[in-house]
Design a protein. Sequence first.
Lengths: 143, 143
Amino acid sequence: MTRLRKSNPLPAARSILSRRFEAWRVQTLDAEHCPVRDVLNAIGDKWTTLIVMVLAAEPQRFSEIQRAIPDISKRMLTQTLRDLERDGMLTRKVFPTKPPSVQYRLTALGQSLLDPLAHLVLWAESTHAEIKSARRSYDRLAS
Amino acid sequence: MTRLRKSNPLPAARSILSRRFEAWRVQTLDAEHCPVRDVLNAIGDKWTTLIVMVLAAEPQRFSEIQRAIPDISKRMLTQTLRDLERDGMLTRKVFPTKPPSVQYRLTALGQSLLDPLAHLVLWAESTHAEIKSARRSYDRLAS
DNA sequence: CCGGATCCTAGTCGATACTG
DNA sequence: CAGTATCGACTAGGATCCGG
């Protein structure tokens, strides 16, 4: 019975982060209280990160956010803002003007998300071309 | 007609990253070729990041990955692995043994994702308690 | 201006059964 | 062992109408 030997480790740098992942992996990944799953579930949807990034520089009003993200519907903007408020990522302040106006502002917790998010954005920008290229190759072979 | 003044900027540090976001915001966010949307769409699903993290330390076989992520179905594991392969994040190597065995290994591109991902994981772990607490408060008020 | 309420569709995901 | 195929449930998300 032919069997694969224990697969050899990746050639180069097993960074500290890699080992961190290993430690993480043996941890609770099975449960619903896994932080990673919970967080990814929260920010992995279509609009959350975009909204957080729009609010990064300064607080914005509902309609300002909507203008910044042209193709979001009011429904999803409202819902996503509510979820973010629920998670303590932003505060919602109503000004009793006429017509009313509502300002959304990142909390300290929300701002703390900007840093890891920025790393992801930079990675996205720097690898986007390569990913698209890989996709084209793959699809070309599959055709 | 009462109208809100231009909202005042956040008190503290407008970091370099914040300004980076501002620059990013004026850019193409409207289109489908926006890198951020594309990438978030790719890694924002339920399993992608978990699989990448499982493969972080060393290449793994199909069933090894499945054991590491107990509640993933074969269907989703296969599909997510295919998507990752298509995006050039990992390579798939079939050993013509009997029964067959397939090894999945992160490419350099896939490994480059580990770094931004690690930041996100650390953030998730360090803020998870606070987020859950915020959620409880919110839900308590809504009840 | 800022939503809430409702309806509806398209995609995501899981369960199960089957194959080389 | 490592998948594929098919079905059906669930849900994210869009369109539209309405209201303070």
